[in-house]
Write a protein that binds this ligand. Structure first.
Ligand SMILES: [Fe+2]
Ligand SMILES: [Fe+2]
Length: 219
């Protein structure tokens, strides 16, 4: 497994080189590590999970390059091109493409979740774990900054209960915590990820408390 990940890293390193919105190669590596930690407890095909985790965000790079929205599904031809350079079987490649296609489903999005295979569920959990906690906070400010969004807009109410990546624009970065990040703890699929998410969630709550205290001159 290490060998194929190494081969894939060489393939995609250049591709992710300029990424600075929180979806860089280190996000892929952290997602891979999260996924393997979950797989150890929950089962599922380790190789499928690892390769899917490592290639899941090619759609972000295509989006950066073209400037228009690119869903995970839209990225599948590019992912297939990369997979075709490996020794993976057709069956394995099909399974990996499936995991990547459905990695961004949320209970709180308009379409809910449609998958129930353990490999995709673990990829969703691993990716979402990297969106919360200390790393998640850093990535959120990075992402919103890269997209020209401000830190906090106190005059804007918290609205909109459904989340849709393609057309959503939060009024501020702090709004994004409420439209997505704070919902991820209850969106975890596996028991292992739920435990991992709890600590990270608590840290975000602490962070927000501190943020508002400082903003409101309470300390
Ligand atoms: Fe993604
Ligand atoms: Fe991701």
């Amino acid at each position: 497994m290490e060998k194929i990940i190494q081969q894939l890293e060489e393939e995609i390193r250049e591709f992710f080189h300029k990424e600075s919105s929180g979806h860089d190669i280190y996000h892929l590596k952290r997602t891979l590590n999260n996924a393997l930690a979950i797989q150890e407890k929950e089962g599922g095909d380790k190789l499928i999970i690892a390769v899917s985790a490592f290639l899941h965000d090619i759609h972000r790079i295509i989006q950066n390059e073209t400037g228009s929205f690119c869903s995970p599904k839209d990225s599948l031809p590019k992912v297939a091109e990369i997979l075709n350079k490996t020794d993976l079987t057709e069956e394995q490649k099909t399974k990996i493409l499936h995991c990547i296609e459905f990695h961004e489903e949320y209970d709180f999005s308009e379409n809910w979740k449609t998958v129930n295979d353990i490999e995709t569920l673990i990829l969703q959990d691993a990716d979402n774990l990297d969106a919360i906690g200390a790393i998640g906070i850093g990535r959120t400010f990075l992402f919103n900054g890269a997209n020209g969004n401000i830190m906090w807009a106190p005059e804007k109410p918290f609205t909109g209960n459904t989340y849709e990546e393609s057309n959503k624009k939060d009024p501020s970065t702090i709004h994004h915590f409420y439209s997505k990040l704070l919902k991820l703890k209850d969106n975890m699929n596996t028991g292992t990820a739920k435990i991992m998410a709890n600590e990270r969630h608590k840290f975000m709550e602490l962070y927000l408390q501190e943020f508002f205290d400082e903003w409101n001159w309470k300390k």
